[in-house]
Design a binder for this molecule. Structure first.
Ligand code: ATP
Ligand code: MG
Ligand code: MG
Length: 556
């Protein structure tokens, strides 16, 4: 294992440790909002936070950031947990921001009493105008100097459901002239008369992200709260909020927010809002459609947890926004499956070969290794008979010397079987080849030890026996978008770049051993690529997803 240099988050932690932070105080969290399924971008954050947990032997909490009941659901909570477990990580505590609603409310009452928060009933447009611009200071709300009594009365009315949604908000009283716009009297609470997936109808006011996140980190004594770059400008507010409760409460550790760049991936979109649109508008079959950049989609496509962790690790983390080439992700799964997937035979675009000198009623069960180069994969019996399928593109009547496949008058080896020679072919009325007639060298069986078995012929083809083959539905995927950055166009909606040919369904023939394959089993179909059994598979319908073709487009 090569020695890797520390990433910049690890460097920050090392510095804190050197400056006296005790190692047993290290604690991290992963804080998803349960408003969608996790995607490959979240995997970067998961691998980073849980990776820190492993490196420092520190706990990592899973905290659901559930402060917006309008968009959050139990289904998402369950899916998120399943995906993190599947990736191979274990959280210390399962927690919810909503667990802290009462504590946050109590702290808020103190803030109001200290004159540090007030109720504003202006329209959101008015408040936006007063906010100013990055270069011009804001102006104070006429409600900024309400008395403490009036603020308490109004805030309780908000809490008790006596005021209409959108009519009032609670704001922190900080500084309307602050150079950081987030410090210009940010909203702490809004009225939302919505059922919450955990707290039901207990609350009709909900705390905003900033007021919730830092306080949740503080309550859990998270030492390093790692988030994405767009929150960098929120850091002043994060610290201000923590300062408000730090002296009055007994918890010793002040959490620290640090930021890294979001993971973006080429040829896809990553925002949950956009992924939800693809699902709701049925552009894909669901969150776990194998074309989706979600963890569940990648799993169904055939990705391994290992490949996703490797990808996150290799791509690394960065301080600046960037786009990672999807070819790196594909390289990671190919590399993993190359080491782990058994090799089997399937024909996706069949043409029939008849071996005219092979007895009509004969069949043989040939022993074939699942991997010719690695120990431990075992072998299976592959049936051989007079009629087999090969790929159409593996035969030409005539071809130049570089065509190392089957052509008239020339020989090839059939993988695990015999050497055959093409004698002639049969065509239909349109000139399409329907049968290829061959002869075989009876002594040339692979592994039989005969002179003929050692004969070198250029080209080895995969095949399946016609009468033994299983029919299978094979779903061949292409990128979901035709553009490298589908949501990077100002004047065009990302959906204008949907690839109309991102799913191609093929009826294929596979070797009979695959009849016993289970959902999510992964294979290399020799010479074709890596394939995985889809969950739509039934007793009578075998369905495979193509994970990736064999060819690697990642330039190292
Ligand atoms: P989205 O815009 O897709 O809804 P989000 O940031 O709102 O993303 P959360 O559920 O809040 O989604 O994210 C949970 C954690 O994962 C946060 O710490 C967030 O910063 C991180 N995260 C989300 N998307 C990415 C990404 N593309 N790359 C790295 N980390 C991410
Ligand atoms: Mg979020
Ligand atoms: Mg979000």
């Amino acid at each position: 294992e090569e020695k890797k240099s520390l990433n910049f988050i690890e460097q920050i932690i090392e510095e804190d440790l050197a400056n006296g932070l005790s190692k047993d105080k290290l604690r991290f969290r992963f804080p998803p909002e349960p408003n969608g399924y996790l995607h490959i971008g979240h995997a970067a954050s998961i691998c980073l936070n849980f990776g820190l947990g492993l490196r420092y032997n520190a706990p990592v909490n899973l905290r659901f950031d559930d402060t917006n009941p309008a968009k959050e659901e139990q289904e998402y909570v369950d899916a998120i947990k399943q995906d993190i477990e599947w990736l191979g990580f274990k959280w210390d505590k399962e927690l919810y921001s909503s667990d802290y609603f009462q504590q946050l409310f109590d702290w808020t009452i103190t803030l109001i009493k200290e004159g540090k928060a007030y109720v504003d009933n202006q329209s959101s447009e008015q408040m936006a105008i007063q906010k100013g611009t990055p270069t011009e200071p804001g102006t104070e709300s006429p409600n900024r100097n309400r008395s403490v009594e009036e603020n308490l009365e109004l805030f309780f009315k908000m809490k008790n459901g006596e005021l209409a949604e959108g009519s009032h908000v609670l704001r922190a009283k900080i500084d309307m002239k602050h150079t950081n716009m987030h410090m210009r009297d940010p909203i702490m609470y809004r009225i939302l008369k919505k059922h919450h997936h955990r707290t039901g109808d207990d609350w009709c006011i909900y705390p905003m992200y900033d007021w919730t996140h830092g306080e949740s980190d503080y309550l859990e004594q998270i030492s390093h709260s790692i988030c994405t770059l767009e929150f960098k400008s929120h850091r002043d507010l994060y610290d201000w909020y923590v300062d408000q409760v730090f002296n009055a409460s007994k918890l010793p550790l002040r959490p620290k927010q640090r930021e890294f760049a979001r993971r973006n991936l080429s040829y896809t979109v990553m925002s949950k809002r956009k992924l939800l649109q693809l699902v709701e508008e049925k552009i894909v079959s669901g969150w776990d459609d194998p074309r989706m950049p979600t963890i569940s989609g990648l799993r169904r496509r055939g990705y391994t947890p290992n490949s996703i962790r490797k990808f996150s690790d290799t791509a690394g983390i960065s301080k600046r926004d960037n786009v990672t080439d999807v070819a790196l992700l594909e390289h990671c799964i190919k590399d993993d499956l190359n080491k782990t997937a058994p090799r089997v035979m399937a024909v996706l675009d069949p043409v029939k070969v008849i071996i005219t000198n092979y007895p009509e009623d004969k069949e043989e069960f040939l022993d074939a290794n699942y991997n010719d180069y690695e120990e431990g994969f075992g072998s299976r019996a592959v049936p051989f008979s007079r009629e087999i399928y090969i790929e159409k593109e593996d035969f030409r009547e005539e071809a130049n010397k570089k065509f190392f496949r089957l052509k008239l008058g020339k020989e090839v080896r059939l993988k695990n079987a015999y050497i055959i020679k093409a004698e002639n072919c049969v065509k239909d009325a349109n000139g399409i080849i329907t049968e290829i007639h061959c002869t075989y060298d009876e002594d040339s069986l692979s592994g039989s030890g005969t002179e003929a078995s050692k004969r070198k012929v250029k080209g080895t083809l995969h095949w399946v026996s016609v009468k033994h083959a299983e029919k299978a539905e094979v779903r061949v995927y292409d990128r979901l978008f035709t553009d490298e950055a589908p949501d990077g166009h100002k004047d065009k909606d990302f959906k204008e770049f949907i690839n109309p040919d991102s799913l191609n369904i093929i009826e294929a023939f596979v070797e009979p051993s695959l009849k016993n394959a289970k959902i999510l089993d992964r294979f290399q179909f020799q010479r074709l690529g890596y394939f995985c059994v889809d969950k739509d598979t039934t007793e009578t319908n075998l369905v495979f997803n193509r994970t990736v073709p064999l060819r690697d487009s990642w330039a190292k």
